[in-house]
Design a protein around this ligand. Structure first.
Ligand code: DX5
Ligand code: ZN
Length: 230
C-alpha cells in the first residue's frame, strides 16, 4: 500500500528492549508480544559511537527462539560493516545504521546483499540532507528524538520540523519506506510525532514500565497514531 495522500499505512509499534528487565528478557519479549506490539527493537551500543554498552549478536540469537516478531536492530556503533552479517545470522529482520558513521553506505549495501531490510538513522542534530545518497534505496528512516545511548530521556520537540521534511521527501522519492521515531515516545509525545509524519513508533519506557500493562498502552498508541494518519 502506498503511503501518500489518503492511502496511509497503519502505524507500526516496536518495543525497545533496552527498558526491559534483562534478568528475564525472554519473558519480557513474550509480554510485549502478548501486548500486541508489531516488532522488537534491539539497541546495540559499542561504548564508542555512544557512551554506553548494551548487547551483541549472541543475545539476539538467544531471543530469536522466543518470538516470531520481526527484530529491528539499531546499530549505534562505529563500524557497522564489521557486524551486520553477525546480526543477520543471529536473526535480525531489519538492520539500521547511523548516517553519521563514515561507512554507512558500505554497511547498507551489505545489509541489502544479506536479503534483509535496511534502515538509516539520524541523530537529533543531523540534518535531513545527510540522507540524500541513500533515501531512495532504504526501507526505513529513523529519526532519533533523543540523543542515543540511554532510555528514559525526554522527547526533543526540536526534531519535529525534520520529521515533517523527511515525510515530504519520502512521499516524493520512496513512498514504501517507514518513517520511525525513537526516544521519549509516550502518550504525550506520540501524537506530535505522528502529526509530523512518523508512522513507526519505537518505545521502551512507556511500554515495559507501564503500570497499566503493555496492551493498554499499545491500544492508546494505535488510537493516536491512527487518527493522525487518516
Ligand atoms: C536510545 C535508544 C532507544 C531507547 C528508547 O539510545 O535507541 O531505542 O531505548 O527508549 P525510551 O522509550 O525509554 O526513550
Ligand atoms: Zn533505538
Amino acid at each position: 500500500m502506498l503511503n501518500s495522500g489518503t492511502m496511509k499505512k497503519q502505524a507500526r509499534i516496536a518495543a525497545s528492549i533496552l527498558a526491559a528487565d534483562f534478568a528475564k528478557l525472554g519473558e519480557e519479549i513474550k509480554r510485549a508480544e502478548a501486548g500486541g506490539v508489531d516488532e522488537i527493537h534491539v539497541d546495540v551500543m559499542d561504548g564508542h559511537f555512544v557512551p554506553n554498552i548494551s548487547i551483541g549478536p549472541p543475545v539476539v540469537k538467544s531471543i530469536r527462539k522466543v518470538t516470531d516478531l520481526p527484530f529491528d536492530v539499531h546499530l549505534m556503533i562505529s563500524e557497522p560493516e564489521k557486524y551486520v552479517k553477525a546480526f543477520a545470522d543471529a536473526g535480525a529482520n531489519r538492520i539500521n545504521v547511523q548516517v553519521e558513521v563514515d561507512t554507512h553506505i558500505q554497511a547498507l549495501e551489505m545489509i541489502h546483499d544479506l536479503g534483509i531490510q535496511s534502515g538509516i538513522v539520524l541523530n537529533p542534530d543531523t540534518p535531513a540532507e545527510s540522507l540524500k545518497d541513500v533515501i531512495a534505496e532504504i526501507d526505513y528512516v529513523l529519526v532519533m528524538t533523543v540523543y542515543p545511548g540511554f532510555g528514559g530521556q525526554a522527547f526533543m520537540e526540536s526534531t519535529l520540523p525534520k520529521i515533517s521534511a523527511i515525510r515530504r521527501w519520502l512521499d516524493d522519492v520512496n513512498q514504501e519506506a517507514w518513517l520511525a521515531v525513537d526516544g521519549g515516545l509516550n502518550q504525550a509525545t506520540i501524537g506530535k510525532a505522528c502529526a509530523a509524519g512518523a508512522d513507526f513508533i519505537i518505545s521502551g519506557t512507556s511500554l515495559f514500565r507501564a503500570e497499566e500493562g503493555i496492551a493498554a498502552v499499545v491500544k492508546e498508541i494505535r488510537k493516536t497514531a491512527q487518527c493522525q494518519s487518516d
